[in-house]
Design a protein around this ligand. Structure first.
Ligand SMILES: Nc1ncnc2c1ncn2[C@@H]1O[C@H](COP(=O)(O)OP(=O)(O)OP(=O)(O)O)[C@@H](O)[C@H]1O
Ligand SMILES: [Mg+2]
Length: 616
């Protein structure tokens, strides 16, 4: 199966056809998925036409009281003779022919409905599969994007786009509805031609009028629906913002303001929606009025076409109008379909943008397998910027030897977290600037690198799930309960977990809201320990904790770095004291580097920090 990130990437989609083709590839649409429903539509239209056409001999026979001419008709006549032979009917009275004709009409309708059913089931089945494929294809793409994409994009919007992803099925449906309408129009028009070509041609004169009306309306609807979608996205973003920042909202008592803002957004959404609804509402009556006008014209013309109103001519006129009544709305659908193809609607555009590589900040990877650190990690003249022309790290150079601890210290905003972000490949770094055992980090696969690095972020990241799930997240192996307990013990969190009624099965809430800051930090540390990776990247949290918790965390960290290669962004004295090397970062540069005693002797920037005992 063709799926997003591996096979479809590295492209800037330009032409419409390219975009459509791409979506079809993501959904795995084959040519038969398109042709079969079209064929179904063809059969359905064929049977509708035949059913309608059969009314002509029926009406003629009934009004003249003579069905004998039916036997002389080309196809119907043969079908009749054949059926009579099968039925073994020697009698060919009017009544028998009439009954056989009725039988034909019924049989045709049964066939038509069976095919209709088959088409519906077929569509439901495949639409379900396409819907699933497009959603998981998109989700896979999301996961492949770089951290920087998520730094910039609204999560509410990403969610909404995913939720609306199935609207791209439109593209498929439009092919179906168009072909269905086209066949229906043709089938009915043929029947109409059989009744009267003059009348049929005059009806056809009305078609351009109907077409123009439909296009004007569809244009308006398209415009409004785009605005409505945008309003909806904004609403989603606002909801996400407010709910995810609820603590801030509450602590500033901004509930009313947020509620008012939400209300204002829903109000503007309501107005746009109302506009769209009233346009939709207008569609039906407008169409009916145009069709009614058309009918009046047809009847007016009919006067001259059928000279003298016989029962037969009036009955045929009724059949004609019946056919026209079915044809005109189908023709209107045809007019709309063209517009859909000409301009993909807003959600389709959003979905397509997900598959475009522009602005996704995907972090490239090589094919080398990282098997664990042998010698050293080396930052070599590394310059990095999140945004163009605003370097955060400049000509940064330092090494981390295997099984040693390097403490990064420096003022807030100096670029310490960024240094770890690059090692973790959350952001792409320049070529030949970061080496692991002498190999450019860009040459390794992400998977193999991540396997050997355990990361504890500045703000602990926890899922809304159980403690056990959070601790064992991302591990490829099965972990025993003893192992989990052991890691919890080492992270000094075991006693706390044991004191909870549900212990390791306790749910922690969104982002671990039900835990204290210190508990979250220790849980994150426990997760890193459980990973058993050789490299530990630790961004010590700056939030100050009570001395008891502080001591627990300090002990846990001191123990965790033993026998590992550790890069620790250090705020704690003990971490700094225990480090083999301290690298002092200021404004994205290494300003001092060495063991604690060396740095203190230098009496430079670090010694000032040390005296003030301030390590941000
Ligand atoms: N995702 C981002 N996009 C753009 N700029 C960023 C991003 N993350 C950080 N920065 C900027 O890069 C600079 C370095 O940030 P970094 O997080 O590395 O600092 P830090 O040394 O870890 O600070 P602290 O001690 O406060 O955690 C800051 O000026 C920050 O504003
Ligand atoms: Mg930081």
């Amino acid at each position: 199966m063709l799926f997003a990130s591996e096979t479809i990437g590295g492209r800037n989609l330009r032409t419409r056809m390219e975009k459509v083709r791409l979506l079809f590839r993501v959904m795995g649409v084959r040519i038969d998925h398109i042709l079969l429903p079209v064929f179904f539509s063809f059969l359905i239209a064929l049977f509708s036409g035949v059913g309608l056409g059969l009314l002509i001999p029926l009406v003629k026979g009934l009004s003249s009281g003579d069905f004998s001419t039916v036997s002389d008709m080309p196809i119907l006549g043969r079908a009749l003779t054949y059926t009579l032979a099968v039925l073994n009917a020697s009698d060919t009275s009017n009544q028998i022919i009439f009954l056989v004709l009725i039988g034909f009409v019924l049989a045709v309708q049964v066939c038509r409905n069976v095919i209709l059913y088959a088409q519906l089931v077929y569509n439901a089945y495949w639409n379900g599969i396409f819907r699933k494929r497009i959603a998981s294809g998109m989700f896979k793409r999301y996961l492949s994007f770089g951290q920087q994409f998520f730094d910039r994009e609204s999560q509410g919007k990403l969610q909404t786009t995913l939720a609306y992803s199935n609207e791209v099925l439109w593209l498929l449906n439009v092919i179906q509805t168009t072909s269905a309408s086209l066949f229906q129009v043709l089938a009915r028009f043929v029947v109409m031609l059989c009744i009267s070509w003059q009348l049929s041609l005059s009806t056809a004169l009305i078609l351009p009028l109907l077409y123009i009306a439909v296009r004007i309306k569809a244009n308006k609807i398209r415009h409004i629906s785009r605005e409505r979608r945008e309003a909806h996205m904004q609403l989603a973003r606002e909801t996400f913002n407010t709910l995810s920042g609820i603590t801030l909202v509450k602590s500033y008592a901004r509930e009313k303001e947020m509620a008012d803002r939400f209300e204002a957004l829903t109000e503007s959404f309501r107005k746009l929606d109302m506009g769209a609804q009233s346009l939709y509402a207008l569609a039906q009556p407008a169409q009916e009025l145009i069709i009614l006008a058309a009918f009046s014209l047809i009847i007016y013309f009919a006067g001259s076409v059928f000279e003298g109103a016989t029962i037969e001519s009036v009955s045929l006129l009724v059949v004609f109008l019946y056919a026209a009544n079915g044809m005109l709305p189908q023709f209107a659908t045809l007019g709309k379909a063209g517009l859909t193809v000409a301009d993909l609607s807003a959600p389709v555009g959003n979905v397509i943008r997900v598959f475009d590589d522009e602005g996704k900040f995907q972090v490239p990877q090589g094919d080398r397998e990282f098997k664990g650190l042998q010698h050293q990690i080396e930052y070599r003249d590394l310059t990095f910027a999140y945004q163009e022309d605003q370097p955060v790290l400049q000509e940064l150079t330092f090494t981390v030897q295997k099984n040693t601890t390097v403490a990064l210290v420096g003022p807030s905003g100096a670029g310490k977290t960024t240094i770890l972000n690059l090692l973790l490949r959350l952001y792409d770094c320049p070529e030949r600037a970061l080496f692991v055992d002498g190999e450019d980090i860009r040459n390794f696969t992400h998977q193999s690198l991540q396997q050997h690095i355990a990361y504890v972020s500045q703000e602990p990241i926890l899922f809304n799930d159980t403690i056990r799930y959070n601790m064992t997240f991302g591990l490829d192996r099965d972990v025993s309960d003893t192992e989990v307990r052991d890691a919890a013990q080492k992270a000094r969190i075991l006693d706390f977990i044991e004191s909870l009624p549900r212990k390791f099965e306790t749910e922690v809430g969104d982002r671990g809201m039900q835990l204290s800051g210190g508990e979250k930090q220790r849980l994150a540390l426990a997760r890193a320990l459980l990973k058993g990776a050789g490299i530990l990247a630790l961004d010590e949290a700056t939030s100050s904790l009570d001395s008891q918790t502080e001591r627990l965390i300090q002990e846990a960290i001191d123990e965790a770095v033993q026998g590992r290669t550790a890069i620790v962004i250090a705020h704690r004295l003990s971490t700094i004291q225990n480090a083999e090397k301290i690298v002092v970062i200021r404004d994205g540069r290494v300003v001092e580097e060495g063991a604690l005693s060396q740095l203190l002797e230098q009496k430079g920037f670090f010694s000032k920090l040390w005296q003030a005992q301030q390590f941000y």
